[in-house]
Ligand binder design. Structure first.
Ligand SMILES: Nc1ncnc2c1ncn2[C@@H]1O[C@H](COP(=O)(O)OP(=O)(O)O)[C@@H](O)[C@H]1O
Ligand SMILES: [Mg+2]
Length: 324
């Protein structure tokens, strides 16, 4: 049966002993969608993605993929999903070539060699790995290894690919390439991806929808641009906290065109403005009038700003100050 949602998880709970990691979590993934699960370290992202990918058992709740219950029909589910965990190095044989690794895996999946070679050619083109297919896995760069492991998870053409922090530990250029390849894959193949990350800029670039896992529950779900818009101001002027007397902050906030303030981190405070020129002018007026000197930055609001606005900054990640 073709369901409208490719993945539907309802009331999923999981504890390790006394530690409740997931508490009645609900999530869905559409067809041809990239849906990202965000959360700080230890939030439960890996636990959740492993449950969805049939690697770990949940305590309660239901998960269906393409209308099929993942626990009842585990083997059928494994035919329609791919999974890439966090340990890339140990996901393939270092001394075999990429092709040998992929052919070996294809065999365990019952894919014949001709089909497998065709798929290896097509996928290595999408993932920019054409020239490395006959190199030893152990000799590849971090980004190339990650691409090879992702290709392996895609060999049987799964409907849904699970990726647990796919760019963790990669240099920025390699991470950017992987993101481009993933986007390419979804647009060319119409398949879906569910990924975890704690990098907000990555999630903003990749995702059709984003969910934030905090304190065992999904605090917020939506399209990245909608989440950004929902905070109600398009731009921000950021000032150095240490340069600002509390009275100056209050005066700035009382100005027209200045809508809100966000503590961005230990050093910066952002003031939401509704218009570049009038907003900037209002803030500069206060700085001049009070003799305040501060470094100044102006920028469009990002997904990261939006999350900090809703969840607050604690120095370690997000705190549920206000949940929408
Ligand atoms: N096998 C396990 N046994 C006990 N506690 C675990 C186990 N796996 C993870 N945890 C704990 O569960 C919480 C969530 O871990 P994890 O799902 O790996 O989070 P994330 O991937 O978001 O960093 C953490 O506090 C972690 O220490
Ligand atoms: Mg993890």
């Amino acid at each position: 049966m073709r369901t409208s949602k490719l993945l539907l998880a309802e009331n999923v709970s999981k504890s390790y002993g006394d530690l409740l990691v997931l508490s009645d979590v609900n999530i869905d993934v559409g067809r041809a969608e990239i849906h990202s699960l965000l959360g700080s370290n230890g939030a439960g992202k890996t636990t959740f993605i492993k449950i969805l990918a049939t690697i770990l058992e949940k305590d309660s709740g239901t998960v269906q993929i393409d209308g099929i219950d993942v626990e009842e029909f585990e083997n059928d589910i494994r035919q329609i999903i791919g999974y890439v965990g966090q340990d890339t190095e140990r996901s393939a044989y270092a001394r075999l070539t990429v092709r040998e690794n992929l052919l070996f895996f294809a065999k365990t999946r019952g894919i014949d060699q001709t089909d497998a070679n065709e798929r290896i050619a097509a996928l290595s083109e999408i993932f920019g790995l054409e020239n490395k297919v006959d190199s030893q896995f152990g000799h590849l760069s971090g980004g190339q290894k990650q691409s090879a492991v992702i290709i392996r998870a895609l060999l049987h053409d799964p409907l849904l690919l699970f990726l647990d922090e796919p760019t963790k530990g990669l240099d920025p250029l390699a991470a950017r390439k992987i993101r481009g390849h993933l986007k390419d894959y979804v647009s060319k193949k119409g398949r879906s991806i569910f990924l975890t990350s704690h990098i907000l800029s990555e999630v903003e670039y990749l995702s059709d929808r984003v969910s934030l896992l905090y304190d065992g529950v999904i605090g917020i779900t939506g399209k990245p641009e909608k989440l950004v818009k929902s905070i109600g101001f398009p731009e921000m002027v950021c000032l150095r906290k240490r340069s600002l007397e509390p009275s100056v902050i209050r005066t700035i906030l009382a100005k027209e065109h200045v809508l809100h303030s966000i503590e961005l981190d230990d050093h910066w405070i952002g003031f939401g403005i509704d218009d570049t020129y009038t907003g900037m002018e209002s803030i500069l007026d206060v700085l001049k009038a009070t003799g305040t000197k501060s470094e100044i930055q102006h920028r469009h609001v990002s997904l990261e700003d939006a999350f900090i606005h809703y969840f607050g900054y604690t120095g370690e990640g997000f705190a549920a100050r206000e949940v929408v």
